[in-house]
Design a protein around this ligand. Sequence first.
Ligand code: HEC
Length: 177
Amino acid sequence: MFIASVRLATRLACLAASVLLPAAAFADAAQIERGRYLVQIGGCNDCHTPGYFLGAADMTRYLAGSEVAFEMPGLGAFAGRNLTPDKETGLGDWTAEQIVTALTTGERPDGRMLAPIMPWHAFAKLTAEDAMAIAQFLMSIEPVKNAVPGPFGVGETVPMLMFRILPPGATVADAPK
Ligand code: HEC
């Protein structure tokens, strides 16, 4: 009897919520879930979460930026940046539209074009809905303060770990301590 009335109360509460909450509230939650899913399969974690390239991604700082830069001969060195909504070191001051533009055209709000190691040429194929879902998901996660150095131009000293292309004949290095 008690269980039945709890069930009834739960059903009534759900019904009340579905009547009271505007449709947009559901759409937003679904959009953020879609964004979470796309970020999971889009490899964003690999290049944008600290520790990932050192063998243990620090999920407490999910998407807060990598400590390893990619050297691109002739172009410079670029590390996956902080994608959390932290205002100083992340995307906190970017609008959803600015995130979508960076993701799908490579252009940051300051006009700089992102290096192509950030696979924006591939993400240009996202539908407008999916690109917006990714932006909404990124704006919904916890802000984490983590200033990612760079980018670095050709000839500049790189004060962080770096992936580098070596000629054939190199040996595999130990993991950095
Ligand atoms: C192969 C590595 C790699 C993958 C995978 C990747 N990124 Fe990036 N991303 C980068 C790098 C490196 C940069 C910085 C490039 C630069 O500074 O020119 C960057 C920059 C960005 C920026 C611009 C941030 C800023 O402050 O300028 C956004 C937004 C972004 N990535 C989102 C994503 C999302 C979302 C995904 C997954 C759907 C993703 N990236 C997947 C490497 C990657």
